[in-house]
Design a protein around this ligand. Structure first.
Ligand code: AMO
Length: 468
């Protein structure tokens, strides 16, 4: 549950439920106002037990007809589950249940209610069970994400997501990176022209941004030195897989005076920091997720802090591993998921795949002049980070020499004139620089054991879903 010890009172409550559960002893006998969702409403006649839940915990509210307005009592007693209810009452200690060994359990608190109000009634039946284990498919859950989110393990996953971003930010700021934002309405493609969503920008054709790539580079060329951005990226890819969405959050960095190895270092230190913080501070969230996983017959997830450095398996070596594992692949081919399975058998955790063929990387990637592939093909300073069979990140050192950059564009069938807003940034002295882009949902899949990126994206956008 969330730590609400520092939360202030609001118009609708004097305390969070978490504050009462944690500090019940100090609040004993004091009057409080709380508000939450009605998890269960039990009792008949003149007595009612209302289990209320807010984002910080749950607590029993005890209502007696004699103690309060009869009409209010009746309305609460007849209310539906998940209705939002506010109650005023006095904090009391619950009578401890008898234990076999005679050792009293830690005290639990409840509210003896004197006043209440239904803030909003919930319709019944609920399309998605909140506390009951109702089996509905992912589509129904996503259609009703507002209710799905009230389930404790789903809520825990999104809390973890927020923590991962917080720890990632914290780490990068510690390494001197500053946060930036790039435009999401753009005029030219950074990641190839085939997967752009077109739009009209007043009278001008434009596109939704595929990545902050060109802008984070321009920010570094302009002297911001070390930048990061966490923002949406849009790809009109017709994929229908567990790991592709048409809108995803990309966590990007770019740093001046750095090469590919330098930014791989930043990446692995950041992931190490995130995993260390989660292991230290967020075990409760992991426990909530595990409780659900076990109830569904899945293995528990364990937050294993990865050791540093992560293995580096060059593209050329990866091809050899795949071949010797029986995979069909040739130098110059993409490393597909089935190939990654073979590599992951040897390297199951995080591992970098550096030095891809230049022909497979975007125009902004730097050549690796001093090294050639087995067939004599040009290598690059581009890399991927994989976990098991899934790609988490791609990145690399960028081409900072404008003549080579323009040649790269031509080699890839692109017209340098279309990129002058970008290439001009390299004409007045450009620092060598490097960076990466990490798929946030993919990292979350690893941490939470989710089998589908849609589980860890609040309102996913895929080929068949544009609402809610
Ligand atoms: P790339 O296109 O490989 O690189 O994207 C970077 C990372 O973003 C994630 N990702 C996706 N996640 C969900 N759905 C998708 N359709 C999707 N596409 C990509 C992946 C991927 O590794 N500009 C470069 C990064 C850089 O060099 O800095 C880029 O965008 O986890």
């Amino acid at each position: 549950m969330r730590d609400s010890s520092q939360w202030k009172s609001t118009a609708y409550r004097t305390h969070t439920i978490g504050q009462i559960v944690e500090n019940g002893f100090e609040l004993l006998g004091k009057e409080v106002i709380i508000a939450g969702y009605a998890e269960t409403i039990r009792g008949r006649g003149a007595i009612c037990f209302l289990m209320l839940r807010d984002g910080t915990g749950n607590i029993q509210a005890f209502l007696k007809k004699d103690n309060m307005d009869e009409e209010i009592f009746n309305s609460i007693q007849n209310s539906t589950r998940e209705s939002t209810i506010q109650v005023k009452g006095v904090v009391a200690q619950k009578r401890p249940p008898k234990t076999d060994d005679g050792v009293p359990p830690p005290p639990e608190y409840e509210i003896n209610v004197t006043y209440g109000s239904i803030l909003a009634n919930a319709a019944a039946p609920l399309p998605v069970g909140v506390t009951d284990d109702v089996h509905v498919g992912l589509d129904v859950r996503l259609d009703n994400r507002h209710l799905d989110l009230r389930r404790s393990h789903v809520n825990a996953m999104f809390q973890l997501r927020s923590k991962v971003l917080e720890y990632g930010r914290e780490h990068l700021i510690g390494e001197g990176f500053m946060e930036m934002n790039s435009p999401k309405i753009i005029a030219s493609a950074s990641e190839g022209g085939t997967n752009l969503f077109p739009m009209m920008y007043f009278d001008t054709p434009a596109f939704l941004s595929q990545s902050p790539q060109l802008y984070k580079q321009l920010a570094v060329l302009g002297g911001l030195e070390r930048v990061f951005e966490i923002g949406p990226a849009f790809r009109a890819e017709k994929h229908d897989t567990y790991r592709h969405l048409n809108e995803f959050i990309s966590f990007d960095i770019e740093g001046a005076w750095m090469d590919d190895e330098d930014v791989m270092g930043v990446q692995e230190r950041m992931i190490h920091h995130i995993w260390s913080c989660v292991a230290k501070k967020d075990q409760l969230l992991i426990d909530i997720i595990n409780e659900y996983r076990v109830s569904q017959g899945h293995e528990e997830i364990i937050v294993n802090i990865p050791s540093l450095p992560f293995p580096r398996i060059s593209y050329c070596d990866a091809i050899k591993i795949v071949k010797s594992g029986g995979g069909e692949i040739e130098w110059g081919d993409d490393i597909e998921s089935n190939h990654c399975d073979i590599i992951a058998a040897e390297y199951p955790g995080f591992h970098f795949l550096p030095r891809w063929p230049m022909s497979m990387k975007p125009f902004y990637i730097h050549h690796k002049e001093d090294e050639k592939g087995s067939t004599g093909g040009q290598l690059s300073r581009g890399f991927d980070l994989n976990y098991g069979r899934d790609e988490m990140t791609s990145g690399g050192q960028r081409e900072h020499r404008v003549e080579v950059l323009e040649q790269n564009l031509k080699n890839m069938g692109l017209n340098p004139d279309d990129f002058s807003f970008y290439t001009d940034g390299f004409r007045y002295g450009a620092p060598p620089h490097a960076g990466w882009g990490l798929g946030v949902a993919r990292l979350l899949m690893v941490l939470t054991g989710a089998g589908n990126v849609r589980e860890v994206v609040l309102f996913p956008r895929d080929r068949s879903r544009v609402t809610p």
